[in-house]
Design a protein around this ligand. Sequence first.
Ligand code: ZN
Length: 247
Amino acid sequence: MINVTVWNEGLHEKSDPAVGRVYPDGIHGCIKQFLSPQADFSVRTATLSQRSCGLPDKVLDSTDVLLWWGHMAHDKVPDKLVEKIRQRVLGGMGLIVLHSGHHSKLFKALMGTTCNLQWRDADRERVWTVEPTHPIAQGVPQSFDLPQEEMYGERFDIPAPEKLIFLGWFAGGEVFRAGCCWQRGLGRIFYFQPGHESNPTYHNEHVQRILINAVRWAAPTLPVQLPEGCPNPQVTPEERYREASAQ
Ligand code: ZN
């Protein structure tokens, strides 16, 4: 069983009636709805307004894959929580960063770059599958169109993806690395660009297929049997230092 937590700041849906109409149960509610029928997934949601931002230790400790949607309140996520989640990813938790999550503290901390990009209002986007044999691309057509999606364009200031799975092309001529994979420590990270709050992107069957596949791909294969003497990445350098100085 893969324990999935869908985190969403959940503010646009409340403050903008147009967004609330597209996602009456919130973006997190919509994502939970299409992930939940997968027999090997156990899905719950968490939002910024909940206690501990919805991510107390007992939730993080039992999360195999975390999905992250944020936009207007990146700075409201406490640094301490960001660092805690970053350590969980290094220890093997999978992370799927969605759309404007590119500017979250968490994603920037894991990438080590600004994660800036070009953007403008909605346009037609064609998503191209450029790595069709990758597990995240299974069942996804060679290309599909999103009639309205916020334009994100290059340059996207990220470290070169270890795998580029999807490329976005916009009717205005821009292109964007729309689906990218990295590994940090033991954890797998997937960034997926489509998903602006006022567009019904998460209702699209291909987007849903991509995110279902991404959850399975990002799920940890822990417990990893580390060779004797190999430092355990789940132990932070500070803990290692404390252990060493206690001896
Ligand atoms: Zn957006």
